[in-house]
Design a binder for this molecule. Sequence first.
Ligand code: AMP
Ligand code: MG
Length: 360
Amino acid sequence: MTSILTPTPANLTTAAEALLRSRVVAIPTETVYGLAGVAFDEVALATIFTVKERPTFDPLIVHVPTPPGDADVHLAELGLLDPSLLGPKARERLNTLAKAYWPGPLTLVVPRGPRVPDLVTSGLDTVAIRCPGHPVAQELLATVKRPLAAPSANRFGRISPTTAAHVLEELGGRIDIILDGGPAHVGIESTVVSVTDPPQILRPGSISKESLETTLSESLAIAKPNATLKPQASPGMLERHYAPGKRFVRLPAPTSSLTDEAVQRLQTLVEGVEGPIALICVLGDARAAATHLRELTGRDVLAHSLSPSGDPNEAARNLFRTLRLLDSTGAALLVAEPLPAATGVLLAIVDRLSRATVPL
Ligand code: AMP
Ligand code: MG
């Protein structure tokens, strides 16, 4: 039986005791809900992979409390970081970024320390570390007094959960405890940055490339998503991910300016299914696009904008919730308007949407 627990001191103690008995617990963070286990406990780590049905080549992020001083010293003391493999530039990047953004939605990839099990890193010689900003995650870390490995609390390849109810949908019956910290405030996974040379963004998130570059006074490359399911330099960045159960296509142009050929492809797709179409727009009013789509297909169209007022942070917060909602409606086909040219948090939204969709 899976219980959703409010984060009272007594329930936090119950969750911490479960973690210390090698159990896994779903926890709120400001990005998405995580499925946590003690990072040094191989039984707990193996359980995370089984519960999520996650392939072991996809490494986990280790969550730590806010470092009291320089991050490199703290992480080395915990046995998470090997400081001898951190060059002076990388050390400076780690400490600067940790100081600027922790606690918060930024994951830093560093040379792996001696206490980190292979299961955490998928055998890589680096480890990903984050200090979550959600007060419940921080309180739990303080109670357990161990780093917690926590990937998103969804089955592999599916939509990340941003509420306790989503976790229940994903993992109900498979875990005992979900700590309920309310809806995730950021709503999209952390930005992942490798601090060793050359520094790069391995996964875009709500902390933008522009902001990181300003903080570091240097430019960052963005790693390309991986096309295939095999071990590689930036595991987990798979081309197909975050996917709803239904067919989800992205349009090559706005509904008002599709070529005849694209309209033909769309109509063929629609003929193959029954029922209404769900349309998702990232920013702005979705109604005009819905009207066009209705005219082109002759089907009812349920239109959803991630932020009708055009606020990218609101769009990030609504992304996974909306995908989950559309997946559960009667819509036979999901369609995304073309993704905007992206900077800032929009880059992360476009990244997730392009991996949740296939081109028309
Ligand atoms: P999630 O399961 O969404 O919490 O994300 C974990 C992701 O962090 C992985 O799928 C990778 O993209 C990234 N990650 C974790 N560890 C590493 C690492 N050592 N090197 C590169 N990327 C990593
Ligand atoms: Mg995930």
